[in-house]
Design a protein around this ligand. Structure first.
Ligand code: DGJ
Length: 732
């Protein structure tokens, strides 16, 4: 049994293969958190609740004269608000009398097979052959009749617990929700570090590990998208936790909009971790009989260090998240026109790029921005999704046919959520974008954001996307989104509901994606938001792959892809070989190194193939073939190992893929800093079978797994700065 309820101790235990999660109904009906960590038997955990008489820690009325019971220091599963717990709360409700009090007590619970339902937003599901259990606990605030329904689902084999909360209004008056966290986790005092992934456009998801100190620490987004600046993934680990050992917790939020992940170390050094929709700029009016659904949070605990945590998230996201068949299939090697031509192209030029790309082993040609309306620069045209016949005289279907006739698949770029003022769409519907009446609007990349909280706007996007997909045989769609939201105000909602717009935008987007993406399983959708601005699990539910960053510099990408790898499997990260000097940094990096870095994900090219020499094209052909031969399968199903940390090891960065059977591995390394008369370094491999013997492809000598992992392989001293190597190992 994955979920056990003990009537006597009123304790819930949720077991996964290697972890246990415990909570208990207190004598006054509060739901307290007991334990989360490595698996333990079904035993009594009551002693974990230690009561004290503490100054300035109020006691709830029902405790009478008992001065040792205070919500100020008890670990709570879902906090109350306004009842003497001063830590950052799980919920904030404004009651009809204006009070901001919520005191949820356990009303009832139920345990049932399968997964709870969560409507309107992406969530995880069991794959065929998997089973699991769910638990629902209702916490009722007697006075307001507001109810928080806590939902848990156990993915036993994956060591994962998913959580969400639904708020229901059972009163006859509206309740205003100002905060609803998807999960709260209270832990006892300990020496912890927190790992987050802050960044910026062109330098996303930088691995950042710092000690947890007293006070409130938060990452989040208020930009409308999950953002380049912070990622909805958070790791809490013990001080001594490394890649290979130690306890760590990972929290991920399946949501693409404003989020908050906060960690509070309180006066007694206890920890509270909250994850959910960002309460900044959020409020939702819940009418009588109505409910509000929080997005799903994913909780995972590993006793085997950070690699163990990443492997669990990778398997989960590969197997239980994305709804499209492509997620399990090899993806075509592509060439994208953006850095090759930007807006400066016509049909002839595109066909030439595609023709030469064929000689590079490319299988899919993608026409990026600039093909529609009056889109000759990024100042005009967004919203007018009709092909520009001056640039593409054969039209969309004609061009597609020509590309297909070359033996290539055809892909296209769209940015459906945006509009330029200089467009037919804006002239026809100036009220369809987010902007407050009477206030000057804020532009970003000279464009405005469509108001996806409006049904008619969503309908319009669905209809032009359907038209486009039926007009031509399109094999791949790159779904872009190139600015943060501002002036968030919807003409379709009354004043008291304007705090709902950010979230309604995200719900509108999911409705659109449900209709467009899920009804076209034959099309490969790639998520994009100026590169990695919406690199989150909710987007991965719709897109098997995401353009990881607009930064194609191979050396910068080492850090970006390193940070991304903590939560996200490399098979969802698109990476391209681009031209030299690099367009973002001006750096020169050998073609082979650019390949090695781009093959740490879904491989493609982002350059003008007509400008490559015959020799370079032949090299690119070898790269495509190597990718299909060596990487494709390992990326889809193997285990990923970080072999060095680019923030600590400045000399090289290395990683590997190991097959689940541990009989094959692919090892890659790039020299990042070269010194004269260099030290002889050895690269220690990971994840192999100690007792097995392995041979490096193309060589005769054999090494035991134990030796490769403990002594390592020599890194050739002759490698120059930015040179890279990559090799396969096979068990013999
Ligand atoms: C941002 C994307 O990340 C780029 O790859 C490219 O598609 C541009 N937008 C086009 O405007």
């Amino acid at each position: 049994m994955a979920i056990v309820y003990n009537e006597n101790s009123r304790t819930f235990l949720l077991h996964t293969k290697n972890t246990t999660y415990g909570m208990k109904i207190s004598r006054y009906g509060n739901l307290l958190h007991l334990y989360y960590g490595q698996r333990i038997p079904d035993e009594n955990l009551d002693y974990l609740i230690q009561l004290h008489d503490r100054g300035f820690s109020p006691n709830p009325n029902e405790a009478g004269n008992d001065r040792t019971f205070s919500l100020d220091f008890l670990n709570q599963e879902f906090s109350t608000d306004g009842k003497g717990d001063y830590r950052s709360p799980s919920i904030q409700v404004v009651n009809p009398d204006g009070s901001r009090i919520f005191s949820g007590k356990v009303k009832d619970h139920r345990i049932f097979p399968g997964k709870y339902t969560l409507s309107g937003m992406p969530s995880l599901s069991f794959q065929e052959g998997e089973a699991g259990e769910s638990l629902e606990i209702r916490l009722l605030d007697q006075e307001s009749q507001g109810e928080a329904v806590l939902c848990y689902c156990v993915f036993e084999d994956k060591d994962v617990i998913t959580r969400t909360v639904r708020f229901e209004n059972h009163s006859d008056k509206p309740l205003r929700l100002e905060r609803l966290m998807s999960m709260t986790l209270d832990l006892n005092a300990g020496a912890y570090d927190m790992i987050t992934f802050p960044g910026r456009h062109l330098m996303e998801r930088e691995f950042t590990r710092v000690p947890v100190t007293p006070g409130l620490h938060a990452v989040g987004s208020s930009r409308g998208a999950s953002s380049h600046q912070y990622n909805p993934f958070f790791i809490l680990c013990e001080k001594e936790t490394s890649e290979d050992q130690g306890l760590c917790y990972g929290v991920s939020l399946i949501y693409s909009g404003n989020f908050l992940m906060e960690l509070e170390q309180d006066q007694f050094h206890k920890l509270r971790l909250n994850a959910g929709i960002n309460p900044k700029d959020f409020s939702f009016l819940i009418g009588p009989g109505e409910s509000f659904q929080a997005p799903e949070a994913v909780l995972c605990c590993s006793g085997e260090g950070l690699t163990g945590l990443s492997h669990r998230f990778h398997d989960l996201f590969r197997e239980n998240l994305c709804r499209l068949p492509y997620v399990k299939k090899n993806r075509p090697v592509l060439i994208n026109s953006w850095e090759a031509a930007y807006f400066d192209f016509d049909e002839e030029k595109l066909l030439k790029i595609a023709g030469e790309a064929k000689k590079m082993g490319v299988e899919l040609f993608v026409m990026d921005d600039g093909w529609f309306g009056s889109r000759d620069s990024d100042n005009a045209g967004l919203g007018d999704w009709k092909v520009n016949l001056k640039k593409i005289p054969s039209g969309l279907s004609g061009l597609t046919e020509k590309i297909h006739a070359m033996g290539l698949q055809f892909g296209i770029w769209v940015e459906p959520e945006m509009v330029n003022e200089d467009s037919e769409l804006y002239r026809a519907h100036p009220d369809w974008c987010l902007k407050a009446a009477g206030r000057p609007m804020t532009r970003g990349r000279n464009q405005l954001v469509l108001d996806l909280s409006r049904q008619e706007v969503c309908d319009y996007i669905v209809s032009f996307m359907e038209e486009m997909l039926s007009e031509a045989k399109i094999d791949y769609v790159k779904w872009d989104m190139n600015r943060s939201l501002s002036d968030v105000w919807s003409g379709a909602l009354p004043a008291e509901r304007q705090g709902e717009v950010f979230h309604r935008y995200v719900l509108g987007l999911y409705r659109v994606l449900d209709q467009v993406v899920l009804s076209h399983p034959e099309v490969l959708f790639c998520g994009c938001c100026g590169g990695g601005g919406r690199f989150d699990p909710a987007m991965l539910y719709y897109h098997p792959q995401i353009w990881c960053s607009d930064n194609t510099d191979a050396v910068n990408r080492l850090k970006i892809q390193y940070g991304t790898s903590f939560a996200y499997p490399p098979c969802c990260l698109e990476a391209h070989v681009s031209t030299c000097p690099n367009h973002q940094t001006g750096r020169e990096v050998p073609l082979r190194t650019r390949e090695i870095v781009a093959q740490n994900g879904i491989f493609g090219f982002e350059l003008d193939s007509t400008k490559l020499s015959e020799e370079e094209k032949a090299q690119c052909m070898e790269q495509s073939e190597r990718y299909r031969r060596n990487n494709a399968k390992l990326i889809l199903s193997g285990d990923y190992y970080r072999l060095s940390n680019p923030y600590e090891n400045l000399y090289y960065n290395a990683w590997s893929y190991v097959s689940k059977e541990k009989d094959r591995a692919l090892v890659s390394l790039v020299i990042t800093e070269k010194e004269g008369n260099d030290a002889q370094r050895f690269l220690k491999l990971r994840g192999l079978k100690k007792e097995a013997f392995y041979q490096i492809e193309g060589r005769q000598d054999r090494f035991s797994g134990a030796l490769l992992m403990q002594a390592g392989l020599p890194i050739p001293c002759g490698l120059r700065q930015y040179e890279g190597i990559s090799f396969c190992l096979k068990e013999v």
